[in-house]
Ligand binder design. Structure first.
Ligand code: ZN
Length: 475
């Protein structure tokens, strides 16, 4: 659930280890589109104009038809009904199409396995978000080595990758289990020392797991000592970075908020949120990430996978997902024992109602799926609407609100002159039917257009990776 992933079963026997490998590939398959490494072509013109398009502005709760948008040098140069198309521009006819700001998924785990896989795989996975319209991503937990290898690519507005952030670390309760001594501090001093260590590696905040898993498990999880939780948050704040909590149980979430937590990277599923909770969230200016996808998956993983096929029948991982559906295995996560899908099912209405209530209270709701990212990120947006948000509100959570979370809202998240040209062109109106977010025509990242039609075809290596592989099936 923190990552390493909820798609991964714990493994003990060699047979199960094969299954685990398969599950990782499944995660990758859902995320990846038909090409491994989408990039702009060298002959891309410097100026690009989208004409006669309807632009949707979630930050302003408005839309406007018949607009021309000019992109130059990676930025939005001009917008207007009477804006002239500069000579020499590449022109994209936008009539009947809808332009939205680039989308974000603020809870992704884009790496092929916790400790294996080369950096190329991680890079390919991160790059593979782009064709789905995901131009910004935040990973609350990923291996430090993979973050370090990826980081040089992320220091500029790089059209090969979404804008990418990570906490790297997810602190857990001390004692045996996943993670290492650094992520399982058993004293206040070690906790602080560890935060200093990750800060020195330029992480974008920290995450801590403060959870008894009672909403999904018959075996209660031991919760991190309160003084360690508080020390982690204090030290992060002293160093000027944010502290995010994994705390789906209301009582525990409130403890992290009282200690100053800057956001919740999972929704509250245990109880209806109350006045005190909302006040703490507002006081901390904390962000709220529901990870509805995670809880839908915990309730009924095959049904959740089927949603991917329904929304996008021909996505590259479809064959693998179909194979999984013929031979499903229970969903588990390292360190957790999710043996109560019935309990999750019973509490899902609470999770959904909380999202609506929290949004209405004025707290900053941000989209995050807790998946490998990609198609599931779009399903998370749809789940927000199924929870009672309007399509415009769901788009706001995935655009300007996500940019506020990472401190990039001055630069991205809206369609305005001067902003980074991260945009998504859709063939259907997402305000009429939010499922139209999957009707992707083109994605623009830092002004470079990626379209399904002119992408390079899938490489043979990527193809081998995403095609069903009987050896990985654990049989
Ligand atoms: Zn996670």
């Amino acid at each position: 659930m923190d990552s390493k992933d909820w798609l991964v079963p714990r493994c003990s026997s060699p047979g199960e280890r094969n299954t685990m490998k398969f599950q990782w590939k499944l995660a990758a398959a859902i995320s990846a589109v038909a090409f491994a490494n989408p990039t702009g072509r060298a002959d891309e013109p410097a100026v690009l104009a989208i004409t006669n398009v309807t632009i949707i502005k979630p930050a302003l709760n408005s839309s406007q038809a018949g607009v021309t948008v000019v992109l130059r040098d990676g930025r939005i140069a001009a917008i207007g009904k009477s804006t002239r198309v500069p000579a020499g521009s590449q022109v994209i006819e936008g009539r009947g199409k809808y332009l939205i700001p680039g989308l974000a998924d603020a809870h992704v785990h884009p790496y092929p396995a916790p400790t294996t896989g080369d950096v190329k795989e991680t890079k390919d996975l991160v790059a593979s978000f782009l064709p789905w319209g995901i131009t910004t991503a935040f990973s609350p937990a990923m291996p430090l080595q993979k973050f370090n290898e990826l980081r040089p690519e992320l220091l500029t507005e790089n059209a090969k990758y979404p804008k990418f952030y990570s906490t790297v670390v997810a602190y857990r309760v001390d004692g045996p289990g996943p993670g290492n001594a650094l992520s399982r501090p058993d004293s206040v001093e070690k906790a602080k020392e560890s935060v200093r260590y990750f800060h020195s590696h330029h992480v974008n905040g920290i995450k801590l797991i403060y959870d008894d898993a009672s909403y999904a498990s018959s075996v209660p999880l031991r919760v991190m000592k309160r003084e360690i939780m508080e020390a982690l948050i204090d030290e992060a704040h002293r160093l000027g970075i944010k502290a995010y909590a994994h705390a789906p149980v209301l009582k525990l979430a409130k403890e992290t908020l009282r200690a100053g937590a800057d956001g919740l990277v999972h929704g509250i599923i245990s109880d209806p949120v109350d006045h005190e909770f909302l006040e703490l969230m507002k006081k901390n200016r904390a962000v709220y990430i529901s990870t509805s996808s995670l809880f839908e998956g915990l309730k009924d993983f095959p049904a959740f996978l089927r949603r991917h096929l329904e929304l996008y029948p021909n996505f590259p991982g479809a064959a693998r997902v179909n194979e999984f559906l013929r031979n499903p295995i229970p969903l588990q996560a390292p360190g957790f024992n999710f043996d109560r899908p019935d309990a999750v099912a019973r509490q899902l209405p609470v999770l959904r109602a909380n999202l609506r209530k929290i949004y209405d209270s004025g707290v900053t709701v941000v989209t995050g799926s807790d998946s490998a990212g990609g198609l599931t990120s779009l399903i998370e947006i749809i789940l927000h609407v199924e929870s009672g948000l309007t399509p415009m509100q769901a788009l706001r959570a995935a655009t300007i609100n996500a940019q506020k979370m990472v401190g990039r809202d001055k630069d991205a998240g809206t369609i305005q002159p001067g902003k980074v040209a991260d945009l998504v062109l859709l063939d259907g109106n997402p305000l009429a039917d939010i499922r139209n977010v999957a009707k992707l025509n083109r994605v623009f990242r830092a002004g470079v257009a990626l379209s399904r039609a002119d992408q390079s075809p899938v490489s043979s290596k990527a193809k081998a990776k995403f095609d069903p592989n009987p050896e990985g099936m654990g049989r």
